[in-house]
Design a protein around this ligand. Structure first.
Ligand code: HEM
Length: 273
């Protein structure tokens, strides 16, 4: 059994590695590569400026509303948000590695608490920045990210409650769902890049209000969630054909993630560090 398959399947009886296990491992590794690049960008671009108190330096990168002179609360919310962004991006990857959970269960529990707290902070802080500070380009985008925040909050509570009550199979399912929706803002960036590379930017509007923007505003959380759900269902009781189908989907998803992550690194992140 491969490492990630063991992680994702540890609460059901062991079964022979098959296409589904291999594809899940591949997909996880592509997600890990892309999220490590995102983390590296946040650490290199936002951390020095934020921890050094040079908030104005955020605006070297195009943002809707980054540093605003005189807006102390808004700037502080933004500061906490970008600091927590690296914590959640790295912490989520660590949570899914079975060797870590098996060998250091205490680390898994503590990292899990930190992960859930950062999920709550990012979702509630993000909601305030969107609607309280007014950081949105168009209403559909604002509604899409709001849906994501609500899913994060709901799944974090459900994953935490299941862990507290030692309902481990349920905990695993809610934790995977939480990981899918908590990764949505990263999926959005990677999705834009993969789509841009494949189509030259078809359907992307000037104010991010084209058909593709509207699709991605919701797909950034709902698509990974649907794929995670398929994986969970088929992994538990799928026919061999269904397992092969989902394996194919995960492989395709992984390849798209690789292209999108490479594009995001080259065009969105590395130019600013
Ligand atoms: C949970 C995972 C999240 C991560 C890792 C994350 C990460 C980030 C990062 C890195 C930025 C800085 C902008 C950039 O350089 O790209 C940012 C900005 C922002 N985020 Fe999040 N975020 C998350 C969740 C959310 C949620 C759920 C919301 C809304 C409900 C939200 C709302 C915002 C807003 C409004 C900004 C300012 C955007 C701008 O001014 O251009 N974030 N986020």
């Amino acid at each position: 059994m491969t490492t990630i398959d063991a992680s994702l399947a540890s609460t059901r009886p062991a079964r022979r590695t098959d296409w589904l296990g291999g594809a899940a491992t591949f997909c996880y590794l592509t997600i890990a590569a892309g999220q490590l690049l995102f983390t590296a960008f946040i650490l290199a671009f936002y951390y020095p400026a934020t921890l050094g108190g040079d908030f104005a330096a955020w605006n070297a990168k195009p943002l809707i509303k980054g540093f605003v002179a005189g807006d102390t609360a808004g700037n502080l919310f933004f500061a906490v948000h970008v600091l927590m962004a690296a914590v959640i991006s790295f912490g989520g990857l660590v949570q899914l590695v079975p060797a870590i959970r098996g060998r250091w269960p205490k680390l898994h529990r503590w990292n899990g608490r930190v992960y859930m707290l950062s999920a709550l902070a990012l979702a509630t802080g993000g909601l305030w920045m969107t609607w309280g500070r007014g950081t949105w380009l168009n209403l559909v985008g604002g509604i899409g990210i709001t849906l994501d925040a609500l899913l994060i909050l709901a799944f974090a509570v459900l994953a935490w409650r299941a862990a507290r009550d030692h309902r481990l199979a349920e905990h695993r399912r809610w934790a995977i769902r939480l990981f899918a929706v908590a990764s949505a803002v990263w999926f959005m960036r990677v999705g834009y890049m993969a789509w841009g590379i494949a189509t030259g930017g078809a359907g992307i509007g000037k104010a991010m209000d084209g058909p593709f923007d509207i699709f991605l505003a919701f797909a950034n959380s709902l698509l990974p969630l649907a794929i995670a759900e398929l994986y969970l269902r088929v992994g538990a009781r799928g026919t061999p054909l269904a397992r092969k189908g989902v394996a194919l989907l995960l492989t395709l998803g992984g390849l798209i993630i690789l292209v999108g992550s490479a594009g995001a690194w080259m065009m969105m992140w590395s130019p600013y560090i």
